[in-house]
Design a protein around this ligand. Structure first.
Ligand SMILES: Cc1cc2nc3c(=O)[nH]c(=O)nc-3n(C[C@H](O)[C@H](O)[C@H](O)COP(=O)(O)O)c2cc1C
Length: 193
């Protein structure tokens, strides 16, 4: 028996990413975002839902650029701080969290150096849905720490140790164990191999 609990934002897990943008005076800013996704293969695009009250919203509308940065589990407290304090109240919030930024190569946004993966995104569209706007950016460059890479530029998940977010419990998690090989485990149900 299932219980209907009404509309809820429940998808497991969500990433806990940092969205990097520059302020009007060039100050780097980052906010935590769980409502994000990879949403197109060609051109390769990522999306993020940002509430219109965020400093990140103003910055993104102006610069048309943002970075998505994947933090490690060891940065849970820093990520949480960047998700509860606005750059409108604490313009130096990145520095307060002890996180370092650097200018992205191809866009006008900061990458968060402490995060092992950084995606540079050039804004391609924005859709106002209500309280939030869905921003889509083309991923024009990717930076990965070498200790998070295995042979052939494949991400080494234990080396990366990404932080994930469980919305209903308001809890940060680490990833669990692998359970099956993707694009493979389902083959047993295919009729012709
Ligand atoms: C775990 C977590 C996830 C969050 N996800 C989002 C999100 O997807 N979109 C959003 O607009 N705000 C999200 N927030 C809230 C913003 O990170 C927060 O309001 C932040 O202070 C905005 O910073 P800014 O004003 O400097 O841009 C999240 C906060 C936390 C703690």
């Amino acid at each position: 028996m299932k219980k209907k609990i009404g509309p809820r934002p429940i998808i497991f897990p969500m990433p806990a990413l940092l969205v990097g943008t520059y302020g009007e005076d060039g100050t780097p800013n980052a906010m935590t975002a769980a409502w994000t996704a990879i949403c197109c293969h060609d051109p390769l695009c990522a999306g993020v839902a940002i509430r219109q009250t965020r400093l990140t919203f103003d910055n993104l509308m102006r610069t048309k650029a943002f970075t998505l940065n994947v933090p490690r589990t060891s940065h849970a407290a820093e990520v949480d701080y960047l998700g509860i304090v606005s750059g409108k109240k604490e313009p130096k919030k990145l520095a307060v969290a002890g996180m370092e930024s650097a200018r992205a190569d191809k866009i006008d946004a900061p990458i968060i150096v402490d995060c092992p993966v950084n995606l540079e995104c050039a804004l391609v569209s924005q859709t106002k849905l209500g309280t939030h706007t869905w921003f889509v950016g083309e991923i024009v460059e990717t930076h990965v720490d070498e200790d998070a890479l295995a042979d052939g530029d494949v991400i080494d998940v234990p080396g990366l140790d990404p932080l994930v977010y469980i919305t209903s419990a308001s809890q940060y998690y680490s990833l669990g164990k692998p359970v099956a090989k993707a694009y493979n485990a389902g083959k047993k149900f295919k009729k012709n191999g």
